[in-house]
Design a protein around this ligand. Structure first.
Ligand code: S3P
Length: 176
């Protein structure tokens, strides 16, 4: 249990990368960001990849990167891109590798506010109506994660990391 890998999932703007960093600091373990691996492997940024190869080309590269990350035993924490967990083949890979999945459940308005204020381009959330529809469609897949942690604007990344660590500890020692 101590070394079980933890996969952080959730919609764009829910705070996956930031919370994953805080969790890695709290647990004293390593962290990898799947988008960064995809980008390094393909020698293109994620937005460039989507532009050049379309979403399906990006998804193929994303699954290939996920496979490589999971086949290596380290690091312990893996922050996914927002769409990765919504694809069945990726969830199967993650579950087959015995990872614990954590859903950062942020309200849509908070995600959208962060998407529009963050400098990183999100080619799959170009306008509010389509982003909201995507959020609605994806929620049922995120809800398949092992652990759900509610995100609000008031909760810091350290606070959320502490909640995740508590939830993991509770799972490891179920009540008698
Ligand atoms: C995507 C989310 C992005 C990135 C790509 C596609 C999505 O990652 O993987 O633009 O489909 O939700 P973040 O969730 O880190 O923004």
């Amino acid at each position: 249990m101590k070394d079980q890998r933890i996969v952080i999932v959730g919609f764009m703007g829910c705070g996956k990368t930031t919370v994953a960093k805080a969790l890695a600091a709290l647990l004293g373990c390593g962290l990898v960001d799947l988008d960064a691996i995809v980008s390094a492997q393909q020698n293109l940024s994620v937005p460039e990849l989507i532009k050049e190869r379309g979403e399906s080309g990006f998804r193929d590269a994303e699954t290939a990167a996920l496979q490589v990350v999971l086949d290596r035993q380290t690091p312990r924490i893996i922050a996914l891109g927002g769409g990765a967990w919504t694809i069945e083949r990726n969830r199967d890979l993650i579950n087959q590798h015995g990872c614990l999945s954590v859903f950062l459940d942020a309200p849509y308005d908070l995600c959208w506010q962060r998407i529009t204020t963050h400098p990183a381009p999100r080619p799959l959330a170009l306008d509010e109506a389509s982003a909201q529809e995507l959020y609605r469609e994806r929620h049922r897949f995120y809800a398949l994660a092992n652990i759900r942690v509610g995100v609000t604007d008031q909760l810091s990344a350290d606070n959320l990391a502490a909640r995740i660590a508590e939830a993991i500890a509770r799972r490891a020692t179920p009540p008698h």
